[in-house]
Write a protein that binds this ligand. Structure first.
Ligand code: ADP
Length: 395
């Protein structure tokens, strides 16, 4: 059973072809700088062959056609014909308050995605365009939407409700939606499996640390709390996003003469590690290098990042009334033994102790304690989760 997974962004399309009988990927690629003369395709297959070339990709249809040509290419391709693809799974960021699981695409489901444009203005429009392009190119192939917000719909009202007037909440559909849900769900399932347990028997804290960062408390397979809110701005310190601030700070800046758009850009694009360190990069590797080179602002950026994370783990330990494992994932969480050490050395009171050798080797279980919570580094795989959900809905 071959499933194609599409993640359509504002100027890029990521694609992965899976063989679900083996639960493995066959080929994947990225089309970047769409709608520009510099559009390019990067592609690799499971045999280790890679290709990179400039393409014409003035539309999502053109970009996805280029991906399909690569999949069927004589030299690099992995399938003889597109007819073997039985389903297409799409990453969709926002499903609003009504969507609590993956859905087969119908006109009603597409309308739900459109209705959430205001809640995810950067993500839902390109996700939608990717869906329309695939429907145009492959009218016979069933399509499925897998929503970043869906897993978080299991959260209780006490955790997702903002303490503002209920009428305003209802009018604007305001609540903690949470994001990275597919990733949190995937690593929670994979982490529980690696511990030889069922997710329904575990209390887990999953920290997705990439360019965007979020942390989720999961109790027996259901979300107990998560750090991102009505938008992906709330919570942890991120590459360019501030995470938690006093909401009155926004009012203060507006009254001080900044426009609403200015403040939006300031908090989403110029803050976080980038804004704190002032070295022109919000990439954690650059921040660590600068901090080690005695750049005081970069050192502060690192400290603020770690402090916020420490605070959230403590809060979620309290929300869960104890937990079985802390799971790190995302580019930083999976690869940075240093960040994991800096956080975990502040969590000894919870019974957490890292095994330095296992941590350095990025093993799955990186703690050494026989009792108390385990610490894990679990690579995320949102595409595989989307493919599994697509296969589940179509079978
Ligand atoms: P995205 O959220 O865009 O998918 P990723 O999950 O790939 O991003 O994470 C990107 C982040 O991971 C960057 O801040 C990058 O510096 C960081 N990262 C990747 N490898 C390492 C590493 N070995 N040490 C520290 N940070 C790393």
């Amino acid at each position: 059973m071959k499933i194609l997974v599409i993640n359509a962004g504002s100027s890029s399309v990521k694609f992965t072809l899976f063989d679900m009988d083996q639960d493995v990927w066959l080929a994947k690629g990225l089309i970047e700088r769409m709608k520009s003369p510099a559009a390019s395709l990067k592609y690799s297959n499971h045999l280790g062959q890679k290709m990179e070339k400039n393409i014409v990709a003035n539309s999502y249809e053109a970009a996805i056609s280029a991906a399909c040509l690569a999949l069927c290419d004589n030299e690099y391709g992995v399938i003889g014909s597109l007819e073997v693809i039985v389903g297409i799974g799409h990453r969709v960021v926002h499903g609003g308050a009504e969507v609590s699981g993956s859905l087969r695409l119908t006109p009603e489901v597409k309308q739900t995605i459109l209705d959430c444009y205001a809640l995810a203005p950067l993500h839902n429009p390109p996700n939608y365009e990717g869906i329309e392009a695939c429907e145009f190119l492959f009218p016979e192939i069933p399509q499925v939407a897998v929503f970043d917000t869906a897993f978080h719909q299991t959260m209780p009202a006490e955790a997702y409700t903002y303490a503002i007037p209920a009428a305003v909440t209802a009018q604007h559909k305001l609540r903690r939606y949470g994001f990275h849900g597919t990733s949190h769900h995937y690593v929670a399932l994979a982490g529980a499996k690696a511990l030889g347990r069922d997710i329904k028997e575990c209390k887990l804290i999953t920290a997705h640390l990439g360019n965007g960062c979020s942390i989720t408390a999961i109790n027996q397979g259901r979300v107990a709390d998560t750090s991102m809110g009505v938008t992906p701005l709330e919570g942890l310190v991120m590459g360019t996003r501030c995470g938690d601030v006093d909401p009155a700070l926004v009012l203060f800046l507006c009254r001080a003469g900044h426009s609403v758009d200015d403040v939006d850009k300031l908090l989403n694009k110029s803050s976080g590690l980038l804004g704190l360190a002032g070295i022109g990069s919000g990439d954690m590797r650059d921040i660590i290098t600068a901090a080690d080179g005695r750049n005081a602002a970069a050192k502060l950026a690192l400290d603020v990042f770690i402090h916020r994370l420490q605070k959230y783990v403590g809060a979620y330990a309290a929300v869960l009334n104890g937990f079985d494992a802390l799971i790190f994932t995302g580019g930083i969480g999976e690869n940075s033994a240093r960040i994991r050490t800096l956080v975990c050395e502040r969590l000894g009171y919870l019974g957490i102790e890292l095994d330095p050798a296992k941590n350095r080797a990025n093993e799955i279980v990186i703690s050494r304690n026989a009792t108390g919570p385990k610490v894990m580094a679990v690579p995320t795989n949102e595409e595989l989760m989307i493919a599994r959900e697509t296969a589940r809905l179509l079978s």
